[in-house]
Write a protein that binds this ligand. Sequence first.
Ligand SMILES: C[S@@+](CC[C@H](N)C(=O)[O-])C[C@H]1O[C@@H](n2cnc3c(N)ncnc32)[C@H](O)[C@@H]1O
Ligand code: SF4
Length: 475
Amino acid sequence: MFLTLKKIFVFDCLVIFYLTNNKLKSDYFEKFVARLEKTSISMLNYNKFFKLLTYGNSKEVYLSAGEVAKYWNDLGGKYDEKILQFIFYFPYCAQKCLYCRERSEKIKNCKEVVDFILDAEKEMEFFSSIFRNREIDYFTFNGGSPDVLSHNQLRLVLTSLFLKFKFKKDAVKRIEFNPTGVSSKKLEIVKEFGFNRISFGVQSLSKKALKNAGRPYAELETIKEIISLTRKMGLDDINIDLILGLPGESYAQFEDGLRELCELKPAQIMVYILNEPNRRYLSKYPSMSIETFQVSVEKMVSKFLKSTFLDELKEMNYVLVPDKDNLNYKYFALVRRDLSARAWLGAMDSYINISTFIVGKKNTSNIFSDLIYERVADFNTKDKIYKASIIDEEYEMKKFIFSSVESSRQLNVDLFRKVFGVSIEEKFNIAIKILREKKRIAAKKGVISFLGRNSRDIIIDLAFLISNMEKKSQK
Ligand SMILES: C[S@@+](CC[C@H](N)C(=O)[O-])C[C@H]1O[C@@H](n2cnc3c(N)ncnc32)[C@H](O)[C@@H]1O
Ligand code: SF4
């Protein structure tokens, strides 16, 4: 009898709870690893796994806009550094790409866009008074596909938004477009509103791979023209998103594409490693199951790490972030050496106390160590329209650990202490000792490195660490 992935996952949960509720015994680690090794857990279901490991650190409630506003008034609670990120998330796309796990939707009609804008307007109006005395540090206009908006709609939304919210002088203001939806009029608006970073979702230069993924394709020539036009507008902080592992594109083709794009000298190329492809997508490739897909993607990553292309990168003035020894299976970036000081948000070293306010439905806002919430109904001030989780500090600690290790296989011990005011060794004393003894981690110069051979080993060690937090803070 075959178990479905869902059933296996539920079974995994029970195993973890069984193990974590037992006292640490000498063979505990071996039992923990042996059990998890037989199961489906891998970086592929990272999100569900994180939910499981933070079960107990959050409590679900429904809140009204006024109740959410009270949490924002006390932004970040006791924390000194209170970084505020504002995201305007436009949830519609011209089509739904088959690999996409975003909660975006294919647009059905113009009315949908108009309704969305009017609804977002009401939410922005309400919260603008809450942020009256608070300037925004990071602003992102993303989606979905913001380029689905006509230039008039884009101008309308931005005019209203920039009237309602204040931004720090040196705030990062970022916007994202699919190259097939860019026009010079839209780029002019981007310039007019002072955006200082623009991202193009190229994804691949392989026509076949994008066609199979149901995504419109932009020729290299078109991308060149767009980049040149963007530069003419005075915007040089350009990012290109690519995906490694799209079925239909070989490693050699991917590398050729990457080389061509480096020639265009964008400030950064962000390479995402294809994650959780759905069954409908993979069914186009009868020989490919989720498992064979994962093996093929990991092979591509090792080819990249062994490739002489890494030497070429230096000649082309790019650095790899994180570096070769700390690469993981989610994403990496090529950052132009002369601009690398402007590290991208989300990199390990830039993890600080960030709270994110997101306008619109279908996305999750968070108030550091206090609240995570998502709007589930049209905006109004009467009803409890936000589905929320009240979270604790331990939740944030686990998130810090998970996201750091996921992106770089490392934990910055000093940063953890800086953010939480307690040392990581104190919070995870016994688990760290055991993992060191078993040579699964190594600690050196303020950094704990995870030594697992692959993403599966690492997620098991992470699970072991996170599920063995000391119960009482020893601050
Ligand atoms: C938040 S998504 C939204 C991007 C934008 N809507 C677009 O299509 O250009 C940001 C990036 O994640 C990457 N991405 C999307 N789905 C992915 C998946 N299943 N696995 C890995 N990367 C993915 C793509 O490179 C994409 O540009
Ligand atoms: S355009 Fe972006 S958000 Fe929309 S479906 Fe494609 S990848 Fe997802």
